[in-house]
Design a protein around this ligand. Structure first.
Ligand SMILES: [Zn+2]
Length: 594
């Protein structure tokens, strides 16, 4: 065991068949080689450590092999294959674009491409991390990629396909490498362990596969380290310790305690984990994936995408069946929030503890909200709630009485649920539940009722006396008009007051009258007062409909120049008469008056 080297290098696949988890790619490549329909440029995309470079090297070896197998694999025995395996072949050139991404690097490469291989058929150029090439380097390369010499084959590899220029993409045959599944990784690791006579527990290998997240290179190097640390005895326990992974079992324990709402148990368990050196962040991450797994286990269909230790599926399924989905979802929420907050938190331990406390009382919280929901539902089902309707009371136009001061009308409407037609009002007592009523009390009754209502409802309702509107009568109108004149005098608006005084009033109907003035000037003075005059009039008659119209009866003697009273057409004719050129101008230019 002393000079043990598992390593990615030693177990790097030597032919297409031994490439793990990329059968869709290796099959296509083998077919292309067999049928001699090889493209000149390939683009290998996919996550790191899934076999892109490995496949590129196998491809280079296979197409240069002098005695390929019928299946399309390299023989591994001919001179070319041997030199490839020894890493001495001159037909393969690897460029890591991450570190050699300048124009000069590419120019050097392009320079080499011109020379045909001394032995073998093809020269293969592998450009790794091709997305790292600078824009100018890309351009320098593009021309060669467009017209490659017959002996040159390019294999571009990248983890970030979206960063590759479309001009490059369109010139390459594209292969998308898949993330290696946990099962494939475990199988591969077991095979290696067997060959190397390493005793490795399957659970340990599953843990390694989990930790390496589909990257075969990582899983191999983890196994490498573990073997050297443990002297070839890879157990679940020492793998946990080495990888700093918290045993899944802890989360099952947590879950059990949380379901029992055993807060002290939860806190003690977290303390135990903390003492082992597991940070809060790691615990939260573990919690999140635990609840995710639990949620997936709720449904046998989604349970199949679970990537857990052997035998864990059943355990998850059992616990999932006993746990409400609402609990799992809410727990995921709490843990997710805490995961975000912990990055900024000063006291990380406290933050995790707070999350644990929330989780501990989560069951109660959910039950409480469920209770409230059922309560609300019951209430709704027991008695149907009628839509609130305000009954439509037939509109009664104000009783127009010839200017008399006779009584105002009192209109009371009380809201109530059923929309019964307005009935005759019940005596004098009006409760909010009583049917709506248009209550027209007899004179004399009014004051008592009003005060009774005020007493009864106080400030609840605004009880206002609706004063009856008055119609226009000459006496009232003049009284009102003169009052306005008096106000104008008070404001020292003597010209206005004079205009008002000379105006002649004529009542048209109950709400409208005309104001006849004898000069445009007077009209202007009255117009200037329009808003306040209307307000004054409407107030006088308690009637918002009161309105007036101004008529101008201009006298011949008026000292206002005639042109001021002309409209546009008259003005034009007047000017055209004086200056005939104006008319010619209008006609020539086809102008119009506006
Ligand atoms: Zn060979």
């Amino acid at each position: 065991m002393d000079n043990f080297v598992v390593s990615a290098r030693k177990y790097r696949p030597q032919n297409f068949n031994t490439v793990v988890g990329q059968a869709h790619i290796t099959t296509t490549l083998k077919n292309a080689i067999r049928q001699q329909q090889l493209a000149h440029a390939f683009l290998f995309c996919g996550p790191r450590g899934v076999g892109k470079t490995t496949c590129a090297r196998i491809l280079a070896k296979t197409i240069n092999c002098t005695q390929p197998t019928a299946e399309g694999e390299a023989c591994n025995t001919c001179n070319s294959c041997v030199s490839f395996d020894a890493g001495t072949s001159l037909n393969i050139h690897e460029l890591d674009a991450a570190s050699n991404n300048s124009v000069d690097d590419i120019r050097e490469l392009v320079e080499q491409i011109r020379f045909s291989p001394q032995a073998g058929k093809y020269k293969v150029y592998i450009i790794d991390e091709v997305h790292m090439l600078s824009a100018s380097a890309f351009n320098a390369f593009l021309k060669t990629l467009e017209e490659p010499p017959a002996h040159a084959i390019f294999i571009l590899a990248t983890t970030e396909k979206h960063k590759i220029l479309p001009t490059i993409l369109s010139r390459c045959q594209i292969f998308d490498f898949k993330r290696i599944t946990q099962q494939d990784t475990v199988d591969h690791l077991m095979e290696i362990a067997e060959k190397e006579h390493i005793s490795a527990e399957k659970a340990a290998l599953q843990l390694i596969a989990q930790k390496s997240e589909g990257c075969m290179r990582d899983s191999l190097s983890i196994l490498d380290k573990l073997v050297s640390f443990t002297g070839g005895q890879v157990t679940y326990q020492n793998t946990l310790e080495h990888l700093n992974v918290l045993d899944e079992d802890y989360y099952f324990q947590f879950h059990e305690l949380l379901q029992k709402e055993d807060l002290s148990g939860v806190m003690l368990l977290f303390d135990e984990i903390n003492k082992k050196g597991f940070e809060g962040e790691l615990v939260l991450n573990g919690f999140a994936s635990f609840y995710r797994n639990l949620l997936l286990s709720k449904d046998p269909a989604t349970a199949s995408i679970l990537e857990v230790m052997e035998g864990m599926q059943e355990k998850f399924a059992k616990i999932a069946a006993q746990t409400e989905t609402s609990f799992i979802l809410s727990a995921l929420n709490i843990v997710g929030e805490a995961e975000i907050q912990i990055r900024m938190a000063r006291n990380k331990r406290l933050l995790v503890e707070m999350a644990l406390i929330k989780l501990n009382f989560l069951k109660q919280a959910i039950e409480l909200s469920n209770d409230q929901q059922t309560l609300v539902k019951k209430k709704r089902l027991d008695t149907p709630i009628l839509l609130k309707q305000v009954p439509i009371v037939s509109f009664q136009p104000p009783n127009i009485k010839k200017g008399t001061e006779e009584g105002a009308q009192l209109v009371i409407q009380t809201p109530s649920t059923p929309s019964t037609p307005p009935k005759s009002p019940p005596a004098k007592t009006i409760s909010p539940a009583a049917p709506p009523a248009t209550y027209t009390p007899k004179t004399g009754d009014k004051k008592n009722l009003l005060s009774a209502l005020r007493e009864k409802y106080g400030n609840e309702y605004q009880i206002e006396e609706v004063t009856e509107s008055l119609v226009l009568t000459p006496e009232k109108l003049h009284e009102c008009w003169n009052l306005y004149i008096a106000n104008l005098e008070k404001e020292l608006k003597h010209s206005s007051a004079a205009s008002f005084s000379t105006a002649k009033l004529q009542i048209e109907n109950e709400v409208k009258f005309t104001v006849t003035v004898f000069s445009v000037t007077s009209q202007k003075f009255i117009d200037a007062e329009k808003m306040s005059l209307l307000d004054h009039l409407q107030h006088c008659f308690h009637n918002r409909s009161v309105n007036y119209e101004i008529l101008v009866q201009a006298s011949e003697k008026e000292d206002i120049p005639a042109y001021l009273r002309m409209n546009t057409k008259q003005k034009f004719e007047y000017i055209a008469n004086l200056y005939p050129m104006v008319k010619t101008l209008k006609d020539t230019l086809n102008l119009e008056l506006d």
